[in-house]
Design a protein around this ligand. Sequence first.
Ligand code: URA
Length: 248
Amino acid sequence: MNATIRLQKYLAGCGVASRRKAEEIIVEGRVSVDGKVITAMGAQIDPATQEIRLDGKLVTAHDALLYILLNKPQGYVTTMSDPQGRPIVTSLLSGIKARLFPVGRLDLDTEGALILTNDGELAQKIQHPSYEVTKTYEAQVLGRPSEKMLQRLAQGILLEGKMTAPASLMLIARQSGTSSIRITIHEGRKRQVKKMFQAIGHPVVHLKRIAYGHLFLQGLATGKYRFLTPEDLKKIFIKKSLYKTINS
Ligand code: URA
């Protein structure tokens, strides 16, 4: 498959520099594509067939550790293959040769923040309970859960024989027949958010993960992704809640 990618995005993706720094490097005339120096911004390249050099040295994606934040659309699976032939999240990444895998999972019908990387160590850290990496979701649930119900969820409820860890919850909007609630948890049990709301009698009708720690999706459109910087990675491990919630 021929997949082109903007030169600065490719350089950043190979871990050569941040996207902005990569642009400076290009303007400085330090980058060549198939032997020709490129100084114009926005040049499209095909890493599969073209030779990219920085200061004369070949740039490849093979060894670099890559970190991507994807805004997963509904209808994509977070496994590396699917026997039922449903679309897989990695098919949304273009021009990246490295074999990236998703950190954790999102249900088929859940959208939102999904980190993909080839750094097994970081992936493990994000998922290991001792790091208590928070995940924040916006859940649209049926009905109008009372303050008392939300308090119960915040304090922890019995799910499949085990108490859930304390969570932060905040009611953000009420629609006719549904309510939107922001919930932050640091556990990673399968379908945890849906099960928690189901347990209080308010099933989830729509679920979106908006952040890992303080790393938010912000303006990232559905189906789009961006490379993460070292500063972004630090934000994942900040534990303190950003906003005033029911248990803060
Ligand atoms: N909790 C869920 O119920 N589903 C998800 O996809 C993620 C968290």
